[in-house]
Design a binder for this molecule. Structure first.
Ligand SMILES: Nc1ncnc2c1ncn2[C@@H]1O[C@H](COP(=O)(O)OP(=O)(O)OP(=O)(O)O)[C@@H](O)[C@H]1O
Length: 234
């Protein structure tokens, strides 16, 4: 099937190294979570990234989003607009949910008029009520997840990158979000999802990429790759 699908983003021999100072010393710690990663993300695929804690899953999403650059290797984005949805980046804590929704949309490269026309729908989906107009610093984790999900779902982007965000929040909102995600996937949107939940990856993704020791341990049909990963964890 992939022969007929168009490549959205391709990664070739990617290496990412983090360098950070060790407190109270002059020493520097150097660590490369991604050592040699190559794969092709195809248009219309829903890809789940799996691997142990610290395997480099979030790092890979940041690469696909262009926030970080590889130390070596090449990321080729074939003209696709990406949006990263994560609980750890992106919000101005002093601005309201409404204002952050507008800024997020503008960061995705959308026109302000288009974003403003979607604000009522975002407000409604998020179920934040009066909190939508309060500073994000007053939000709980679940509320930030609601805002992020509502923005991501209502603002059209070419490749949606989701970092563990489906895992938090109450189960009713999670189900509602998953249902909308499934609609997006069915309508051909391209999605990359980082998740510790094998079930979520099997439910939502057609492909999976398993990262281990900085390289691709396996890439392909999500059910096959998740089964192999689970087997390796026993
Ligand atoms: N800015 C940074 N500076 C230094 N090290 C970092 C930085 N960001 C991540 N790391 C390290 O790189 C490794 C990979 O981190 P990353 O967050 O990509 O892994 P992950 O697979 O998403 O982990 P988890 O499943 O625990 O969320 C970890 O060992 C982490 O400590």
């Amino acid at each position: 099937m992939n022969e007929r699908k168009k490549s959205a983003i391709s990664l070739k021999n990617i290496r990412v190294t983090y360098r950070s100072g060790i407190p109270f010393t002059r020493a520097t710690s150097v660590y490369s979570p991604l050592k040699d990663i190559s794969f092709e993300l195809y248009k219309g695929d829903s890809l789940g990234i799996i691997g142990r804690n610290g395997a480099g899953k979030s790092t890979l999403l940041r690469l696909l989003n262009g926030i970080i650059k590889p130390d070596s290797g090449k990321v080729v984005n074939h003209g696709h607009r990406t949006a990263l949805l994560s609980l750890t980046v992106g919000y101005d804590q002093n601005l309201s949910g409404r204002q952050n929704a507008v800024i997020s949309g503008m960061m995705m490269g959308l026109k302000k008029r288009h974003i403003v026309s979607k604000l009522n729908e975002i407000d409604e989906f998020s179920e934040l009520g009066s909190f939508f107009d309060q500073p994000v610093k007053n939000y709980s984790t679940g509320m930030k997840q609601r805002l992020g999900m509502a923005v991501a779902i209502h603002l059209k982007t070419d490749v949606l990158l989701i970092d563990e965000i489906l895992a938090v929040g109450d189960s009713r909102f999670r189900k509602k979000s998953e249902a909308v995600m499934r609609e997006k996937i069915t309508s051909g949107d391209t999605i990359v999802l980082v998740s510790h939940s094998a079930e979520t990856v099997k439910r939502l993704c057609n492909k999976a990429l398993w990262i281990e020791n900085g390289v691709v341990a396996r890439y392909g049909d999500s059910k096959v790759v998740v089964a192999a990963y689970e087997e390796s964890q026993k």
